[in-house]
Design a protein around this ligand. Structure first.
Ligand SMILES: CC(C)(COP(=O)(O)OP(=O)(O)OC[C@H]1O[C@@H](n2cnc3c(N)ncnc32)[C@H](O)[C@@H]1OP(=O)(O)O)[C@@H](O)C(=O)NCCC(=O)NCCS
Length: 181
């Protein structure tokens, strides 16, 4: 089933969460090439702006994934992204990243918190989970700030044949909205 955009759109104190646009492409490529980011963020789904817009729209139409850009309220600048990947049993998995020059200001906490709250209330999910590599300190801190509960370590869960990393499973349940997010 198709995933609809939040209606009304989700706004933070300095940003809005909106669909990816052609103009975001350059900043999104640079974000993906940032060495602090590249290991933990999925690559863009296409090599050109129109392709990225089309792919994200297709994922949404198929009900597989909702991708939203964190865009500056003042000038619409790309600040990062949040995403929701749908699983079975009304479980969603979320992810988030913000560009280097807006880190340390609470943007990621606010943006991912908005998405998680929307998932557990408007969308009606029963559980939202977030997987964070055990060595990704900023990611673990983000999960903690949002009140997500660490549930355990998935050993050697991400990687390829050469390098593999342990990942911490976190979750928040429908009845826990208000605890952190
Ligand atoms: C993970 C990531 C999003 C965290 O970014 P971040 O800047 O640390 O997170 P926030 O934008 O929420 O900022 C939090 C910081 O701002 C501070 N802050 C200031 N005002 C704040 C507010 N109103 N609310 C929350 N935090 C605030 C916090 O104290 C914290 O500072 P600290 O790191 O010194 O403790 C970022 O490192 C990133 O994009 N990494 C690459 C992608 C990734 O690893 N994603 C994780 C998987 S989900």
């Amino acid at each position: 089933m198709r995933l609809d955009f939040p209606d009304p759109p989700l706004h933070g104190s300095t940003f809005t969460l909106r669909p990816f646009r052609h103009a975001d492409f350059g900043a999104a490529v640079a974000f993906g090439e940032d060495p602090d980011t590249a290991r933990w963020v999925p690559p863009l789904p296409a090599d050109d702006p129109a392709g990225v817009v089309t792919e994200f729209e297709q994922y949404r139409a198929d009900g597989d994934m909702l991708h939203l850009v964190i865009a500056d309220l003042a000038d619409d600048r790309y600040l990062g992204e949040v995403m929701l990947v749908m699983g079975d049993h009304l479980v969603g998995e979320v992810g988030c990243g913000v560009v280097a020059d807006v880190r340390g200001q609470g943007v990621a906490t606010e943006a991912l918190g908005l998405l998680i709250r929307w998932c557990l209330t408007d969308l009606g999910l029963g559980r939202v989970q977030a997987l964070v590599a055990q060595e990704n300190r900023p990611g673990l801190d983000l999960a903690t700030r949002l009140g997500l509960m660490p549930e355990g370590v998935l050993r050697s869960y991400w990687g390829d044949g050469v390098e593999r990393v342990d990942v911490v499973m976190h979750s928040i349940l429908r009845g826990e909205v208000g605890r952190g997010v």
